[in-house]
Design a protein around this ligand. Structure first.
Ligand SMILES: NC(=O)c1ccc[n+]([C@@H]2O[C@H](COP(=O)([O-])OP(=O)(O)OC[C@H]3O[C@@H](n4cnc5c(N)ncnc54)[C@H](OP(=O)(O)O)[C@@H]3O)[C@@H](O)[C@H]2O)c1
Length: 266
């Protein structure tokens, strides 16, 4: 059975991928840690769109989780035609105050699990000479972001990795796309212990997913969601990195009421 596998499908951008792809009639395998949310979403989408939407609840920071997921898709007779590596989280604040376990788990989820899943599912896509991988990066991939140092670095990895894989796999008829959303209205900020940004600077998950699916149809290797975000990611190429990094520090400090040791929170 042809299936689209979506990680981080229990909320935000991943849930929206599930909703838009279900409308297109795609069968889905939803994964995240929240079994109850996945079960409810899968049931709703199967009933409403007459598709097969199943779920597997697991924690992708565990080293054997990608292999378990792969084995489960094999056991269920699923051919994963599209892999959407969306699960991810961030942290906001002073790096020295982050919990080391959580920071390393971020790398495990945002990078290690994403790479492992690409390893596991790409060979069969190549053999079928058909398939797609969407890796969710971020506009934070384009420059260092102080107070989100580890997070931005994981997303820089995802962007570079995806563009390279896109080129390697093009000749096999397999597409690889890095999706780079800017600020999007999801649970991300609560999970990152940051402040929810104002609506006037956020996109909706629906806008982000529409952008991704349009870019995939156009065989793009990366796409930035939103014109304002696109212009910002282009502009940083013409400004010294030291300056863009300092400006980013001010913006994140101001928006999330952080201090730099010399200043008071705004
Ligand atoms: N929102 C933004 O402004 C923004 C901007 C750029 C990029 N992004 C990226 O977009 C992607 C989706 O995030 P979102 O904004 O939609 O945030 P979200 O609503 O917090 O969704 C994150 C998803 O990841 C899952 N997840 C978290 N930890 C996990 C783990 N250990 N194992 C398996 N699944 C896990 C969560 O489900 P459970 O908690 O149920 O496990 C949830 O489904 C992330 O990669 C994020 O970095 C977001």
């Amino acid at each position: 059975m042809n299936t689209t596998l979506i990680t981080g499908a229990s909320s935000g951008i991943g849930e929206e991928f599930a909703r838009q792809l279900a409308r297109r009639g795609e069968n889905l395998l939803l994964t995240a840690r929240s079994a109850d949310k996945l079960a409810a979403l899968g049931e709703e989408l199967s009933r409403t769109h007459k598709i097969d939407a199943q779920f597997v609840a697991l924690d992708l920071t565990e080293r054997d989780a990608p292999q378990k997921l792969f084995d489960e898709t094999t056991r269920r007779g699923m051919e994963v035609e599209t892999l959407i590596n969306n699960a991810g989280f961030g942290s906001m604040g002073d790096f020295t105050e982050f919990d080391v376990e959580r920071d390393v788990a971020m790398i495990d989820l945002n990078i290690t699990a994403l790479v492992a899943l690409a390893h596991l599912y790409l060979p069969a896509m190549r053999e079928r000479r058909r398939g797609a991988v969407i890796n969710v990066a971020s506009t934070a991939a384009f420059q260092p972001v102080p107070y989100m140092a580890t997070y931005a670095a994981t997303k820089a990895f995802v962007l570079s990795f995806s563009e390279a894989l896109s080129e390697e796999n093009r000749v096999y008829g397999v597409k690889v796309l890095a999706l780079c959303p800017g600020t999007t209205d999801t649970n991300f900020f609560a999970a990152a212990h940051g402040k929810q940004p104002p609506k006037n600077i956020t996109q909706t998950p629906a806008e982000v997913v529409e952008t991704a699916l349009a870019a995939l149809a156009r065989n793009k290797s990366h796409v930035v969601s939103g014109w304002g975000n696109f212009l910002l990611t282009e502009a940083v190429r013409f400004v010294p990195r030291s300056l863009t990094t300092r400006v980013a520090a001010r913006v994140v400090r101001g928006r999330h009421q952080l201090t730099d040791g010399n200043s008071k929170p705004k």
